[in-house]
Design a protein around this ligand. Structure first.
Ligand SMILES: [Zn+2]
Length: 309
């Protein structure tokens, strides 16, 4: 990489994409320590497809990169979280899916890390969606499932809860419970002032999401999830979900649902590219910018805005 973050760290950019994001976040902590205002971007469902053999382009990936360019114009962005379905993938061809994922990662690195002023680099991490699941080396290229992202030290963590197995999350309750208890252990180990955002590709079946029952967690898994957020209601600041492309709203900056226990808002973002598929051609390419304000390490979600391409 021609313009690496630090000369001594040049090998960092060859590591797994989430490892790079986490390391950059660690390095940035000192510079953002005194920021009372900061933002986190949630983008998802790029559905990037194979690059055209001649032009080396595809429109989803191009739209996504243009959106990243727009995001880079904002100040005080701590990190970008991609909520899954980076690629469209092939149900029966993991090799081709892997190629798409590699292309997506290369474009992301190129846009965010290469030829960028080191002081302006925005760390990037990604969660796994059901389309990414068609790869057989997602973990090798990206990182571990249900990972914890320390966005602001002693203040805000983002948990990438793994629900990307099928179009309706896990088919199997035992595995889902295992993910939740894995996350629980991570929450217990964190500083007591830290609040959490739970990012999950597939939404739970609550509020207005019930109309999309084929594309939400089934009722068993939803019950487990609600038990979990009720238990940690004082620690969870918001939930971000993705995956549903035809959700009926013009304004994603409003929560789809506010969970009454703990007043936890649940947001949806599902249009970070996806222009190649006819099915999604009408959706605008956009993402969410969540703005936080801190006062003596106490964090509040100030507001949420849409960034539209
Ligand atoms: Zn999906």
């Amino acid at each position: 990489m021609s313009n690496s973050y630090k000369k001594s760290d040049s090998s960092l950019f060859t590591k797994k994409i989430n490892y790079i994001g986490k390391k950059l976040l660690e390095t940035n902590q000192n510079s953002i320590r005194h920021n009372n205002f900061f933002s986190v971007i949630f983008i998802s469902d790029t559905h990037s497809q194979q690059l055209d053999e001649h032009t080396k382009k595809n429109s989803s990936l191009e739209q996504y990169c243009l959106l990243l360019k727009k995001i880079k114009l904002y100040e005080n962005i701590t990190c970008i979280v991609h909520g899954g379905d980076a690629i469209h993938g092939f149900a029966n061809n993991p090799i081709k899916s892997n190629t798409q994922l590699k292309q997506f990662i290369a474009s992301t690195k190129n846009e965010l890390y290469e030829n960028t002023n080191p002081l302006k680099i925005i760390p990037f991490v990604m969660n796994e969606g059901n389309h990414d699941y068609t790869c057989n080396n997602f973990n090798k290229l990206v990182g571990e499932n249900s990972d914890i992202i320390k966005a602001k030290r002693h203040c805000l963590d983002i948990i990438l809860l793994y629900t990307g197995y099928m179009h309706n999350g896990f088919s199997d309750l035992t595995s889902f419970k295992k993910q939740l208890s894995y996350v629980e252990n991570k929450i217990k180990k964190e500083h007591k002032m830290v609040k959490f955002i739970i990012d999950m590709h597939i939404p739970p079946q609550i509020g207005a999401f019930v109309k999309y029952s084929n594309h939400t967690l089934n009722s068993e898994l939803t019950t487990e999830f609600i038990k979990f957020i009720n238990k940690y209601q004082s620690r969870i600041i918001s939930v971000t979900t993705h995956h549903i492309h035809n959700f009926n709203t013009s304004d994603f900056s409003l929560p789809v649902y506010i969970h009454p226990e703990g007043n936890i808002p649940i947001y949806l973002t599902s249009s970070g590219g996806n222009k190649d598929s006819n099915k999604h051609s009408k959706s605008q390419c956009k993402c969410l910018k969540m703005n936080f304000v801190t006062d003596k390490n106490k964090i509040n979600l100030k507001d949420v805005e849409e960034i539209v391409l």
